[in-house]
Design a binder for this molecule. Sequence first.
Ligand SMILES: Cc1cc2nc3c(=O)[nH]c(=O)nc-3n(C[C@H](O)[C@H](O)[C@H](O)COP(=O)(O)O)c2cc1C
Length: 508
Amino acid sequence: MSSEAKPISGQTVAEHNSRESCWIIVHGHVYDVTDFLDDHPGGSKIILKYAGKDATAEYDPIHPPDAIKTNLPPEKHLGPVETGTALQVEVKITDQEKARQERMNARPPLSEILNLHDFEAIAKTVMTDKAWAYYSSAADDEITLRENHAAYHRIWFRPRVMRNVTHLDWSTTILGQKSSMPVYITATALGKLGHPDGELNLTRAAAKHGVIQMIPTLASCSFDELVDAAEPGQTQFLQLYVNNDRNITKRIVQHAEERGIKGLFITVDAPQLGRREKDMRMKFEDADPDQVSKNDKSGEVDRSQGAARAISSFIDPGLCWDDLPWFKSITKMPLILKGVQCWEDALEAYDQGLAGVVLSNHGGRQLEFSRSGIEVLVEVVEKLGEKRGLSFPNEKFQLFVDGGVRRATDVLKAVALGATAVGIGRPFLYAYSSYGLDGMNHALQILRDEFEMNMRLLGARNLKEVVRDMVDASSIHQHVVAVPDDKLYYGNYDTLQSVRLRDIKSNL
Ligand SMILES: Cc1cc2nc3c(=O)[nH]c(=O)nc-3n(C[C@H](O)[C@H](O)[C@H](O)COP(=O)(O)O)c2cc1C
């Protein structure tokens, strides 16, 4: 439908409020989603709640702005709604929400936020329950989530002294691109759940601090919006979930290359999304209990798994090594596999001529009992040295690590062990969810300050001087279940909840 179509009154839209004829309004435009109801990855129930009404507020945090346009055929784009006539879903400000807003107003000033853990402590009290559940959750019993952080406790420093550490430089290059520190902002989906500006907070802070942002396939902001927001010369990477439909993937990749993206990180640890039970429980708690029990009786209960599963059903579980030549044929961007978890796969990636791998278990959100990236790094460096004579850090084949990084000391351990850089996910989400762009800028400033102090204390004037001999990683492979001895980290950790009784009233 052309954009010159005659405006439709909100009253007309309101008449299409059923499964038989379902229209919704998003960003001032009316869409007929009747035929799409059963195909919606998040289920039909949530759309039907907005049938005949303005769904923008619900739509925004979990969809890129153009998702509805690209997923619906043009004849289902019915045209603009008459200004001011759209029926709104009544938003009740609950007591719980009022209390949350009060906590938001009681946030301490940023000057009192001393480290990345502090952001998490504030975020968990001021974020909506839904956003906190999605961001903080991880797979199954969350053992890998905690191990990601705990693994860094098994590495200790062997600093050097008497080295004239007056002048320091911790800048580096990542895939040939300048970065002010050996850290990049890794891809995390659904940025607007935590803050209305979503991933734009990351883009802007990355520009200010000279770090690189990896844009997620499932960003809440559109890809173009994030690229448009970059400063001239600012480097961005793209994280790619490979679609069942390779034409869509090809379009995304080639568009990214045209827009100047400097590295393509193909996620390979998510052929199916892990069970993130905090997120799943939130979905059930969110649902109307009457509806759930009705559905339970009819056997039709929606068992889709929280926000995560809802948005990711397009990911191709058929992705395999044989696909790599095809990727090379469609782009010249450096290709990196994100989510490699053993030396054999790292070696295969090297032999296939890729630019690197991210040793990652997806922040503990995928296979429970995956080892931490930092542990895998030790074996990859050793085996690729042994099998192919490589030494690390290596310009030609770069190793990245993510998961559990909270301090510059964690980063320096990874660099000493051969990583080019590390990715940080949740801490940045928590920084901007609780304090917006200022929070994100403060988070990067904290890391800079930590680099300065720790490089000096380590006796390293630049990252080349952060070498293998500066760490003792002899205990890295000792797998002990994480003991809660790191008070800041474990103080923030939200214990998993067991299933609970329903509100008594709804059982009557
Ligand atoms: C809320 C959230 C969303 C994520 N979304 C994606 C994603 O869409 N694609 C992806 O490859 N990795 C995703 N990840 C994994 C991160 O890129 C990264 O591996 C992980 O967050 C690192 O652990 P950290 O959060 O402890 O820093 C996500 C992680 C989180 C916490």
